[in-house]
Design a protein around this ligand. Structure first.
Ligand code: PLP
Length: 413
């Protein structure tokens, strides 16, 4: 028996990250065969057509020009007030709901997920998300001593499966009084799906009906990590207007992140934005989440918060940033279009991709398919029920021909 000094709740913890595993295999192939011969579809950040990491030029320029004191100094625990205002304004665009809001700075979207789980579900409770989900959701739940349950994301017509969502919400609320649900839209990781406005109406109907029981508390955390690459900006945010005037035992939390929108993945900056009809709930939102920040990471990256406010307060910088993003959105879109077109020709069944960094091919044998693809020096991420392809990271020239190879690998295993 190996010696363990870990506390009971920590014993046996081991984070196996399939994404980093697959990325490691790709790096090995690059070292052996050269970059040109390898298709690395594992990376979750934007790479340009030369496969170099993209940092938006406006972001780089502003960041490099920040006074060193703004980079080095501490920040208030809740975040710089003008950052919170700017992040909220950028998150909503022209779709601010008719409700009270409040914001607390976090280290990226991950920090929002952490605090949401910790402060809005009971220890031992179950948190809900869809069956296709970003793996760290489960790790975050387990770390906080919660369980995770899933509803089926797609129905037989590949639309949002409202029946499954409703059944799971009701099943969990029969057992527990508070329910946190994590919904990643638009441009969902790993499928690229975005809920339509009418699907949002259906989701909110289920929530409102469940909230008629005043003993229940419902929290919907909307993970908007990819919203800036989800298509036309206001259209991608139109659903947010619907968050006005919900029952006061419902709280919506937006998980705002600078990782993708500002290509500042490693700078760890985001914000949780609470939306509620109740002034009390919003006051409490600020209080309890600040407390948890103090107790976990303390304050958040001041330089990156300053970067956002500098860009937000200068109309021409903001316009420039949006223009740069839209070019990369188009680049990713073109790559996805090639894949989808070729998938059709190859009769390769894909999950419905609308926008975003990833697309997914469902498979009963994802590990075997990914291993088979290694024969062609193609590296993708095996998920529980499919293969994830990072169109954000693979140049169009290398995407071409890939769907046929995936179809062959699927047939071979
Ligand atoms: N949510 C999803 C679905 C993601 O894919 C990611 C990052 O990959 C995040 C949230 C959080 O990222 P960060 O903590 O860097 O903001």
């Amino acid at each position: 028996m190996t010696l363990s000094l870990a506390a009971t709740h920590a014993k046996g913890k081991f984070a196996v990250d399939k994404i980093f595993g697959a990325a490691g295999a790709a790096a090995q192939a690059v070292a052996q065969f050269g970059k040109d011969k390898v298709v690395n579809a594992t990376i979750g950040s934007i790479l340009d057509d030369n496969e170099a990491l993209v940092c938006l030029s406006t972001v780089e320029k502003v960041f490099r020009n920040l006074p060193i004191t703004e980079v080095a100094n501490y920040a208030p625990i809740a975040g710089l007030p003008d950052y919170l205002e700017a992040a909220t304004a950028l998150a909503f665009g022209e779709n601010r709901p008719d409700a009270y809001t409040n914001a607390v700075a976090t280290p990226g979207g991950t920090g929002v997920i952490h605090h949401t789980i910790w402060n809005y579900s009971e220890i031992g409770d179950t948190v809900l998300t869809s069956d296709w989900y970003w793996g760290p959701y489960k790790v975050l739940c387990e770390e906080a001593l919660r369980k995770i349950a899933t509803y089926t994301l797609f129905d037989e017509n590949q639309n949002f499966n409202i029946k499954s969502f409703e059944a799971k919400v009701n099943e969990l609320l029969a057992k527990q009084n508070s329910l946190v649900t994590l919904i990643n839209t638009p441009a969902h990781n790993p499928t690229g799906y975005s809920l339509s406005d009418s699907e949002w109406d259906q989701v909110l109907e289920v929530v409102k009906t469940a909230a008629k029981d005043q003993s229940k508390r419902l929290v919907i955390m909307v993970d908007i990590a990819y919203i800036d690459y989800a298509g036309e900006q206001e259209q991608a945010r139109a659903f947010m207007k619907k968050f006005g005037n919900l029952p006061d035992n419902v709280l919506i939390i937006l998980a705002f992140s600078m990782s993708k929108g500002f290509t500042m993945y490693g700078q760890r900056t985001g914000a949780m934005i609470g939306i509620s009809k109740s002034k009390d709930v919003i006051k409490e939102f600020g209080d309890i989440n600040q407390f948890s920040s103090r107790a976990t990471w303390s304050n958040v990256n001041r330089g990156c918060m300053r970067l956002l406010t500098t860009i937000y307060n200068d109309k021409s910088l903001l316009a420039q940033l949006k223009e740069e993003r839209s070019q990369y959105y188009n680049m990713i879109r073109e790559r996805a279009d090639i894949f989808m077109r070729e998938a059709k020709t190859a009769n390769l069944n894909m999950l419905p991709y609308i926008a975003g960094f990833f697309l997914t091919i469902p498979s009963k044998n994802p590990d075997a398919v990914c291993n088979k693809l290694h024969d062609d020096n193609i590296f993708a991420v095996p998920l529980a029920k499919g293969v994830r392809i990072a169109v954000c990271a693979v140049p169009s020239a290398k995407i071409t021909g890939m769907a046929a190879k995936v179809a062959q690998a699927m047939a071979a295993v």
